[in-house]
Design a protein around this ligand. Sequence first.
Ligand SMILES: NCc1[nH]cc(CCC(=O)O)c1CC(=O)O
Length: 309
Amino acid sequence: MRVIRVGTRQSALALTQTGHVISALERICREEGLPYTFETHKIVTKGDQILDVTLSKVGGKGLFVKEIEQALFDDHIDMAVHSMKDMPYALPEGLCIGAVPQREDPRDCLIMKEGTSLADLPKGAKVGTSSLRRSCQLQANRPDLNIESLRGNIDTRLKKLESEGFDAIVLAAAGLHRMEWQSKITAYLPTDVCIPAVGQGALAIECRSEDEDLLRLLRHYHCEDTSITVRAERAFLGRLNGGCQVPIGAYATQDDTGVLTLVGLVGTPDGEMMLSDTLTGTDAEALGVAVAERLLERGAEPILARWKG
Ligand SMILES: NCc1[nH]cc(CCC(=O)O)c1CC(=O)O
């Protein structure tokens, strides 16, 4: 019997999604008769320590994953459960994504005090998000809205809706679904109104590339449909070299014939500039790069340059 040590952040959402992953792996082990048990290891990341500061000011990629990856290298844990959208494009040498489970709902959603849709928000309503991508697309749609910073884990953000006088806040539907808080959702923002973050709604199971034993188990849990669409989105991100401080979004889908459609977005946080483009293809990486290059040709470079630093 091998004990698999599973590393995770210690936010309520991280622990819940790690619990789901472990349950799914335990079920696979029962069904396949495989000799593994699982143990949760909580790890504090730099991102958790600075949740109160605007992350876009601090900058840096992978704030929620570095310490966890170090624990993999140090052999303190065997695998890690991450939100895919927190993963930087490039993985350190020696680590790999052993499985991408099936994606949850990729959409953003509004949680409102009153009303039932974005259109119901009064002129000048105070909307909470610290995501430059969400701010860009909301402002493009509703320039009158007052977007204000909202930091913290999702439980903290939901509390701030009440305590800090927001009319609405924007969160990823996936996190709320995993917490079984879907009843708090007022309205889903369609993916063409608010293009999601790269990898939103998906998880990444990371492990050491040399751990073939664990990789063999993880293969049973892998969802290739999710993985291929996320690869297209991440190739887009990689070509633009974007971190979390850049208003970038991308969303890929696949039809039953295997053809991928990828929509990519680059904009400014005030929504005054917003470039998006859609292409179809069958090679995920090539498609991601092609959409990124279309946007670069159309003037994305100066937008990206402004937010590097
Ligand atoms: N930015 C933090 C973060 N990282 C992953 C999720 C949950 C959704 C997901 O798995 O994509 C969230 C919360 C949110 O954006 O509302």
